[in-house]
Write a protein that binds this ligand. Sequence first.
Ligand SMILES: [Zn+2]
Length: 128
Amino acid sequence: MVVRGVFRRCAWCGGKGAFFVSWFKKIDYCPTCGMSWKRNLQGFELGAATMGVFITFGSILVWMVIGGVAGAPLAVLLGVAAALAILLPIFGYPITYTVWFGVDLAMHTPESGDLEHAQARRSEHATK
Ligand SMILES: [Zn+2]
């Protein structure tokens, strides 16, 4: 499920784009299977945001260590670190959500109520 998220697919059904209708715009549920990422609303977005922060800072740290060991000039080290700090959150934004959705589904297996809601949303979406 987490691997599906890495490719920006729905962790539950593998539907393309998951609950994102564009790179930054998301809806409350996956149009393919109807599963909502708002099942466990408390902390879901915090989890996704935290993961984004870890990825960004982790990449900068790895770059600084590799660049430092390789003897890159300070201006290059800082320039690339700044580029990573700006670009990673932009390009990683939907992926942190889809991956975190996989983690969330793995930690909280959907209950029958969640599945019924998903079914209802899916039929509702199909009639639109
Ligand atoms: Zn789905």
